[in-house]
Design a binder for this molecule. Structure first.
Ligand SMILES: [Fe+2]
Length: 320
C-alpha cells in the first residue's frame, strides 16, 4: 500500500518515518519555494533570451540547446541564493535546521517528444537513488518550476517498494563516478554511454503513481523509491528542481528505508551541508559509511568474469 499525504499536517519526525515506510508526500507551495521557482525562471529565461524556454526545443538545434543547458545548470546549482532558498523551504516545511543537511539543488529539464533525453537532460529509467550511493535515510525533494502536467513529470513504481529489482548497481562507485563521468554529461547528445546503474530484469511500469502539482509544490519521497522520468509528450519542456536531505540523527543511527537491492559502493554523504551553517557532516559520522573504496579516486573498476556469474562481479583495484 502506498499512501500519498497531500498538504499533511503531520510533524516532521512522523513524516520521515512514513517516508521510510514508502509513503509519498506532496507539500504545498510555500513562500521560499515560490521564490526559488521565480528565481529559477529568471535564470532560465535569461539563458534562452527572448524564446519561451518551454518552447525553445522547437527552434534551436539540439547541440545548441545542450550547450545552453550546460551553461545554465551549473550556474543555478552554485548560485549562492539557491542555498538560502533551500534553507527557507526546509524551515517552512517543518524541518529542524540544526539536524538537517542538504545537497545542492539541481535544475532538471525534460524535453518533449524525445528531443534530448541523454546527458545534460537525461530521461531517467526506473531506478532507486540508493543504487547511486545515496544513504538509506536520504529524502528527495522534487519541485516543478512551472505548473506540471500528468505527462511531463516523474512516476513511482510502488510495487517495488517491498520487492527487490535485479540491477547492476555494483558497477557504481560514487568516488569514481565523480572523478571520471560526472563532467561528461553535456557530451552525451544521442546516447548516454556513462555506466549508470539500471534494472537487469523487466520492470512492471504499471501500476504507477504520477503526482501532478503546481509550481512550487514539492513531491517528497525516500531515495529507496523506484521512480522514473515520465516520457514527456506534453509538447513543451518541463523544468524542475530537486535536492536531497538527510537528518543527521538518522545518518548516525543508520535509520532509513530498507535496502532491498542496492550494491553500489561509496557514499554521497560528503556532499551534504548543514542547513544552519553550511558545514559538512563530520568525518566521524561519514566514516560509519566507509566500505574500503574511500580512496577510489585512485581505484579502477575491473569486471571480473572469471567466476562464471551471469553478471560480472566488480573488483576495485588500487592503482599504486
Ligand atoms: Fe532519482
Amino acid at each position: 500500500m502506498t499512501a500519498i499525504y497531500a498538504n499533511s499536517r503531520v510533524d516532521e519526525a512522523s513524516r520521515r518515518a512514513f517516508l521510510y515506510e514508502g509513503q509519498l508526500f506532496v507539500l504545498p507551495p510555500c513562500p521560499s519555494s515560490l521564490a526559488l521557482c521565480e528565481f529559477a525562471r529568471g535564470l532560465i529565461q535569461e539563458a534562452f533570451g527572448t524564446t519561451d524556454p518551454r518552447e525553445a526545443q522547437r527552434r534551436i538545434a539540439v547541440e545548441e540547446y545542450a550547450a545552453i543547458l550546460a551553461d545554465l545548470k551549473p550556474r543555478f546549482i552554485h548560485h549562492p541564493q539557491s542555498k538560502a532558498y533551500l534553507r527557507g523551504i526546509l524551515s517552512q516545511h517543518g524541518c529542524d535546521l540544526s539536524k538537517t543537511y542538504f545537497d545542492v539543488p539541481r535544475l532538471r529539464s525534460s524535453t518533449s517528444d524525445g528531443y534530448l533525453t541523454t546527458g545534460i537532460a537525461y530521461a531517467w529509467h526506473p531506478h532507486r537513488d540508493t543504487w547511486f550511493s545515496a544513504p538509506q535515510c536520504q529524502l528527495n525533494w522534487w519541485m516543478p518550476v512551472y505548473d506540471m502536467l500528468e505527462n511531463d513529470g516523474l512516476a513511482f513504481h510502488p510495487e517495488y517498494w517491498s520487492e527487490p529489482v535485479a540491477n547492476d548497481s555494483h558497477i557504481y562507485n560514487y568516488y569514481q563516478w565523480n572523478k571520471v563521468h560526472r563532467s561528461a554529461a553535456a557530451q552525451q547528445l544521442k546516447q548516454d554511454t556513462r555506466p549508470l546503474p539500471r534494472p537487469v530484469q523487466p520492470v512492471r511500469i504499471e501500476p504507477q503513481i504520477r503526482p501532478v502539482c503546481p509550481a512550487g509544490s514539492i513531491v517528497l519521497f525516500s531515495a529507496g523509491q523506484l521512480h522514473s522520468t515520465v516520457p514527456n509528450t506534453s509538447g513543451r519542456t518541463r523544468f524542475s528542481i530537486d535536492f536531497r536531505t538527510v537528518d543527521i540523527d538518522d545518518v548516525a543511527s543508520k535509520r532509513g528505508a530498507p535496502n532491498l537491492d542496492a550494491a553500489c559502493t561509496g557514499t554521497s554523504l560528503r556532499d551534504f551541508i548543514s542547513a544552519t551553517d553550511f558545514s559538512r557532516i563530520s568525518d566521524e559520522i561519514v566514516s560509519l559509511y566507509n566500505d574500503g573504496t574511500e580512496s577510489a579516486g585512485d581505484l579502477i573498476y575491473e569486471p571480473n568474469r572469471s567466476e562464471g556469474h551471469a553478471s560480472p562481479i566488480p573488483v576495485w583495484k588500487r592503482i599504486d
